[in-house]
Design a protein around this ligand. Sequence first.
Ligand code: UTP
Length: 225
Amino acid sequence: MRIVFDIGGSVLVPDKPDIEFIKGIAYELTKVSEDHEIAIVVGGGKVAREYIKVASEFNANETFKDYLGIQITRANAMLLIAALKERAYPEVVSDFWEAWRAIQLKRIPVMGGTHPGHTTDAVSALLAEFLGADLLIVITNVDGVYTDDPRKNPNAKKISKMKAQELVELVSKSAGGAGASTIIDPLAAQIIARSGIKTYVIGKADALKLFDVIKGNHNGTTIEP
Ligand code: UTP
């Protein structure tokens, strides 16, 4: 299979880099890459949001702040490249063609952000679309898609299975802007829907048993094309 992994920055670098998790996920990804072609996109997380907040104090515009966020996603991508060692393509991949070339070279491409106006969720959905991936696996700090934000609404319920169009409707209420956060970027949801990309949204615990996840055994959300 060809699989794209979308790893949230808040998972890799919650407050500071989670070394044990980075080691663990790098091990899992290396193992999976022995049987499958994989590509990875890494997010910026809390660090990106903090930098964007400070830039706001100086009235930086949205595009400027997006570029700032992209820099942080790329720094996080470099940490994962360091952990993946020679299995990874040695530099952060910045476009989809280069990701394709890295796969042909039997290396794992690791991307951060690409352009202003969206998040790394959209990058991973576009990459999955471009590569014709069989599966997109989104690893986030919430363990699946909920009916509402479970950190704000205690009555929110986890959805184990949903249609891509239902995801589009769920996330379309988001406000957007640099540093904005929903379970999945609305643009990513639209790309998943338009190309019928099978997607799993999982949490940190499931991320450390990727072989089960790939077989469909996980506690997150399955988004059916
Ligand atoms: P993230 O992809 O990390 O956003 O990008 P996020 O939703 O906060 O994701 P988590 O918390 O890591 O899961 C951080 C910021 O970088 C800019 C945006 O401003 C985004 O909010 N960015 C990122 C871009 O402008 N373009 C990109 O391709 C990626």
